[in-house]
Design a protein. Structure first.
Length: 318
């Protein structure tokens, strides 16, 4: 999936292909401490300093081949100072308002700067995002929503991963999503249609809680609002997801479900007032720390081709 930049971009030597942890592999092998609860509490952050200034970013719009045969535009943002050395990438799946919405790009910019990663935001809706002027409900909305196949989303994510690796040498991949995109991220990983090193889902919607929790196999941070009423993102959904993850032997303690009391849907990327903005900042810091925790060189497993070669040699010896 080659990307044709609309703006100036930088080409780098491709590194080894992205090799996410094998499905079902013990999560303790991924590194990090064993206590997922409170791991980020009390940490000091550079932007708490009044003199802190955001890092300069490289941003551009691309045209990617896409999974449906139709070109897909995408927004790429990266931490300028670390572009030459970073091998971390994050694919961000947006809410229903799409890749061009200012809130999606602001969140991508922040993750790129804080995580020193390449963040790619694909146009999953092919220019047909849901308009903000219409309520996301009713027959028209349901008809629009059902046009977007999960298999197409999977193809776009895999294409983004290939682009990040071939153009920017990304080896360590994170998957993030807001609202609709959060639900798709959970479904894609649970169905094993895509893989990554870590997942962050903000108030995910439109997914089956129990099957997703039972099938999850990657380090997962899930953020919810305590006053959310959207299906999939309600307090009961958050509790159900956490309970299911606790019963999942593959997850052990490599998950964290965090609920912010009194916060409504979309609070983290579309805060409406100062108190909400403070919680939004805290939620995004959790995401940044989660990716910092799990996107590490030491977590790259044995390349698949080496494993296949070893298997072939074993067969030859029989």
């Amino acid at each position: 999936m080659d990307g044709q930049p609309l703006g100036a971009g930088s080409a780098r030597r491709a590194r080894a292909p992205i090799m996410p942890p094998a499905v079902g592999a013990p999560l303790d092998d991924r590194g990090g401490d064993d206590d997922a609860s409170g791991w980020a509490e009390g940490e000091e952050w550079p932007d708490d300093d009044p003199a802190y200034e955001p890092a300069p970013l490289h941003t551009e719009e691309l045209v990617l081949a896409g999974s449906t045969g139709r070109p897909a535009r995408a927004y790429l943002t990266a931490h300028k100072a670390s572009m030459a050395e970073s091998n971390k990438g994050i694919v961000l799946l947006t809410d229903i308002f799409g890749w061009a919405h200012p809130s999606a790009r602001a969140a991508a910019d922040r993750l790129a700067a804080s995580c020193e990663a390449f963040v790619l935001v694909p146009d999953l809706f092919r220019g047909q995002a849901w308009p903000e002027s219409k309520p996301p409900s009713g027959p028209e909305y349901e008809a629009w929503r059902t046009r977007i196949a999960l298999s197409d989303v999977a193809g776009d994510v895999l294409g983004c991963a290939r682009y990040l690796n071939s153009r920017h040498g990304v080896e360590l991949l994170g998957l993030a999503g807001f609202c609709w995109g959060g639900g798709r991220a959970l479904e894609l990983v649970a169905r094993e249609w895509v893989d990554a090193h870590a997942v962050v889902a903000f108030y995910p919607t439109r997914y089956d809680v129990e099957p997703v929790a039972r099938a999850m196999h990657l380090p997962l941070l899930a953020v919810f609002g305590g006053a959310d009423t959207v299906a999939g993102a309600t307090p009961s959904d958050a509790a159900g997801l956490e309970s299911g993850l606790a019963r999942n032997p593959r997850m052990r303690q490599h998950y964290f479900v965090r609920s912010f009391p009194e916060r409504a849907h979309a609070f983290a990327h579309q805060p409406r007032d100062e108190p909400t903005a403070r919680d939004a900042d805290a939620a995004l810091k959790l995401a940044e720390a989660w990716f910092d925790k799990y996107l590490h060189e030491s977590l790259i497993p044995q390349p698949a081709q080496d494993a296949r070669a070893a298997h072939d040699e074993a067969d030859d010896g029989e």
